[in-house]
Design a protein around this ligand. Structure first.
Ligand SMILES: [Fe+2]
Length: 166
């Protein structure tokens, strides 16, 4: 299948200074779409979680910045594993394209982590029908989009909402 590359697995809210506890992904319309399924991986299923969670850089702050198109001016700093839930399970805040590693070690860590996620056998695809939505706990689920075939008749309307629990 040719076309745009997949959107790699990530969490939302990595480059903004506000919590994103959940992400709501709704499909409003779709025509002539081939491919482009949502992809998901839960942290509990990630086979190499322990390798990266117990790595010396797992809790080291890294800067994250967004491109101008995102209309976010300030940069934030946080580690990839930024907190644990009430049962001590790790919560993650990661996106490859907006990380700004400050040295080779951070760059390698982020690169290897991304490769591990993309190649994990428990990543699965979900087809979201028009009118349906996915709701994920943002810090325990990584989400992305599979590759799709570009076509002149392709039309897709998606609604994304992000929020936090208060
Ligand atoms: Fe996302």
């Amino acid at each position: 299948m040719s076309g745009p590359p997949p959107l790699e697995l990530h969490n939302d809210g990595t480059y903004v200074d506000e919590r994103t506890d959940f992400v709501l992904m709704m499909k409003l319309a779709e025509e002539n779409m081939l491919g482009g399924d949502s992809r998901l991986l839960h942290l509990d299923d990630w086979q190499e979680l322990e390798r990266f969670y117990h790595h010396p850089l797992a809790k080291q702050a890294i800067p994250w910045g967004a491109p101008p198109s995102k209309n976010v001016t300030c940069k934030v700093e946080h580690s990839v594993f930024f907190e644990e839930d009430c049962q001590g399970r790790p919560h993650m805040l990661y996106i490859d394209q907006f990380a700004e590693p400050q040295n080779l070690a951070q760059g390698l860590y982020l690169h290897q982590l991304g490769e591990s996620l993309e190649n994990d056998p428990y990543v699965f695809n979900v087809q979201v029908p028009v009118g349906s939505m996915l709701v994920v706990q943002n810090h325990c689920w990584l989400h992305g989009r599979d590759k799709f075939i570009e076509s002149p008749g392709l039309r897709r309307e998606l609604l994304r909402q992000r929020g936090h629990f208060c």
